[in-house]
Design a protein around this ligand. Structure first.
Ligand SMILES: C[S@@+](CC[C@H](N)C(=O)[O-])C[C@H]1O[C@@H](n2cnc3c(N)ncnc32)[C@H](O)[C@@H]1O
Length: 248
C-alpha cells in the first residue's frame, strides 16, 4: 500500500454537496496529500533530470507556448499554479501575459511562485472559489490540477468556477495524467471524456503526449530519436494535452 492510499477513500461528498464541512474536508485532504508528497520524498521525482525527462519537458513546453503565447496581451489565470512553472516557461519564451494570476491552496508553493514571478498576482485559496469577478480572464491553464482534486463532485465545482471567471470564447489549456498511477491512488485520471463531462458544450482539441514516466526516466528514452520512437506508440503516452474553448 502506498503512503497515499489512505487519502484515496471517497468522502462521499456527492451525497452532501452543499456542506461546507465536506468542502473543508476535501481541501484539507488535498493539503494532506501534498504534505505526504513532500515528507515521503515523492515530490522529488518531479525534479528528475534524466535525458528522457528533459526531452519530455521540452515537448510539453513547446506545446504550452503554442497554446498560450497567442494570448500574451491578455489576462491568464493559472489554476493550481504551484510554484509558478507556467509563468516561468512563458517568460523564457518572451510571451509573458499582460496579467498573470496564479491560484493555489498551498501557501508554501505560492511563496516560491511569488519569488520566481515577481510581476505575478497570487491568490491563496481553493479553485472552487476564485476571488475574481465573472468572465474577467482571457485564458486559463489547469496543469496537473484536475488529477489532483480527490473527489468527483468537487472536481465539477472547480470546473464550473473556471467556466465562471473565463470570458466567452476564452480558452482553457489542460495538461494532465490520463492513466491512473500505480504508485499513487490519489491521482484521478483526466481523459477527453472526463473533460467533456466537466465542460459540457465546450469545444475540445486534444492530443496525447509525454512518455510514461518510468520509461521516460530510463536509458531507453535517452535521446530525441529514441524518445520519438517510443512516443510513436500512443498507449505509451501518459498525458493528455487539451485546449478547450468556452462557448460564446
Ligand atoms: C501537481 S501540482 C501542479 C502545479 C503546477 N500547475 C505545475 O504544473 O507545475 C497541482 C497543484 O494543484 C494545487 N491544487 C490542488 N487542489 C487545488 C484546489 N482545490 N485549489 C487550488 N489549487 C489546488 C496543488 O496545491 C498543487 O500546487
Amino acid at each position: 500500500m502506498s503512503p497515499f492510499d489512505e487519502h484515496a477513500t471517497s468522502l462521499k461528498a456527492s451525497q452532501d454537496p452543499d456542506s461546507e464541512r465536506t468542502r473543508s474536508a476535501i481541501i484539507e485532504r488535498t493539503r494532506a496529500i501534498y504534505a505526504g508528497y513532500a515528507s515521503s520524498g515523492y515530490a522529488e521525482r518531479w525534479l528528475d533530470r534524466s535525458a528522457g525527462s528533459v526531452i519530455g519537458l521540452r515537448e510539453r513546453e513547446k506545446w504550452l507556448r503554442e497554446a498560450l503565447c497567442p494570448i500574451a496581451d491578455g489576462t491568464l489565470l493559472d489554476v493550481g499554479c504551484g510554484s509558478g512553472a507556467l509563468a516561468i516557461i512563458l517568460a523564457r519564451a518572451g510571451c509573458s501575459p499582460a496579467r498573470y494570476i496564479g491560484v493555489d491552496i498551498l501557501e508554501s508553493s505560492l511563496a516560491e511562485a511569488r519569488e520566481a514571478v515577481p510581476q505575478g498576482e497570487f491568490l491563496l485559496g481553493s479553485a472552487d472559489r476564485i476571488q475574481l469577478a465573472d468572465e474577467v480572464v482571457d485564458a486559463a491553464a489547469a496543469l496537473t490540477l484536475l488529477s489532483s482534486v480527490p473527489d468527483d463532485w468537487f472536481r465539477g465545482r472547480v470546473a464550473a468556477e473556471i467556466g465562471r471567471v473565463l470570458r466567452p470564447g476564452g480558452r482553457l489549456v489542460v495538461y494532465d495524467l490520463r492513466y491512473p498511477s500505480p504508485r499513487n491512488r490519489a491521482v484521478r485520471p483526466v481523459t477527453r471524456r472526463v473533460l467533456a463531462g466537466l465542460f459540457p458544450g465546450w469545444a475540445i482539441e486534444s492530443k496525447t503526449m509525454t512518455l510514461l514516466p518510468p520509461l521516460m526516466r530510463s536509458p531507453l528514452a535517452a535521446s530525441p530519436r529514441r524518445y520519438r520512437a517510443l512516443t510513436a506508440l500512443p498507449f505509451l503516452r501518459s498525458h493528455l494535452g487539451a485546449v478547450l474553448t468556452k462557448p460564446g
